[in-house]
Every structure is written in C-alpha cells, then in structure tokens.
Write a protein that binds this ligand. Structure first.
Ligand code: 5GP
Length: 120
C-alpha cells in the first residue's frame, strides 16, 4: 500500500534528501528527535519488519551501510549514532514502509524509552 514515503520516493512531496540511488533513499526526519535524525528507506515498499523476506536480506543490510555512510558524511561516525526500526503499534510505527531511524549528534542515553515507563 502506498504511504507518504512512496510520495517522497516519487518526488510528489519534497524532503531533505541526503542520499539516493536505485535501491534506497535517505532523508531528514520532518520531526527530529536528535540534532541529527534521518531515515533510510528502501525504494521497494515493505510494510513492516515482519514482512522482510529472505530476498530482502541484502537490501536491509545495504540500508545499514547507507545509514553509516550518511552518518559519516554528517560527521557522526566517530561519536556514533543509533539506528532504530519500529514495528507495528507497540513499536511505535506510524508509516508502514520500513525505515531505519538514524539518530546522532548528542549522547542519546539508554534505555531509549525511559520517558514511557510508568511506575504503577
Ligand atoms: P515511525 O513512527 O513510523 O517509526 O517513524 C515515521 C517517521 O517519519 C517519524 O519520525 C516522522 O517524523 C517521519 N515522517 C512522517 N511523515 C514525514 C514526511 O512527510 N517527511 C519526512 N521527512 N518525515 C516524515
């Protein structure tokens, strides 16, 4: 099913694109959660992490290599970065076209979900 990311791939809506080739696209997140926050998406629409097939293994590995390349281009290789792929409702997925979040530019802390923990 087409998502907003299909429209970004097709250039129907604009994005701050950092890297593009025939397989993937990397662009800045519209609502950054860190000083550096971009997304790496495959051009092939895959809805969720549950839908990654054996034939997609190289593509998903390539997404990680592009994440590291763009992070390096932005100067975030030495201090490092975090990659996250949310899946479905409990994972916080809102766009059903897989994407790697790449977050960097400050110490990100651990665990990443502390603010969501509730003590009953
Ligand atoms: P999810 O919640 O699915 O893991 O992440 C979706 C991400 O896509 C969110 O961080 C959100 O800010 C980002 N996003 C949603 N719509 C757009 C858009 O139109 N342009 C860009 N650049 N990012 C978007």
């Amino acid at each position: 099913m087409a998502t907003i990311f299909t429209k970004i791939i097709e250039k129907e809506i604009s994005a701050d694109i950092l890297f593009e080739d025939e397989r993937v696209l990397a662009f800045r997140d519209i609502n950054p959660q860190a000083p550096i926050h971009f997304l790496v998406i495959p051009k092939k629409p895959i809805a969720t992490a549950n839908d990654i097939s054996q034939e997609d293994e190289a593509l998903v590995g390539y997404m990680h290599r592009v994440a590291a390349k763009v992070a390096k281009d932005l100067g975030a290789d030495k201090h490092g970065f975090r990659t996250v792929m949310n899946c479905n409702e409990h994972g916080g997925q809102t766009v059903y076209h897989i994407h790697l979040h790449v977050l960097a530019g400050k110490p990100l802390g651990w665990p990443p979900y502390t603010e969501n923990l509730k003590v009953n």
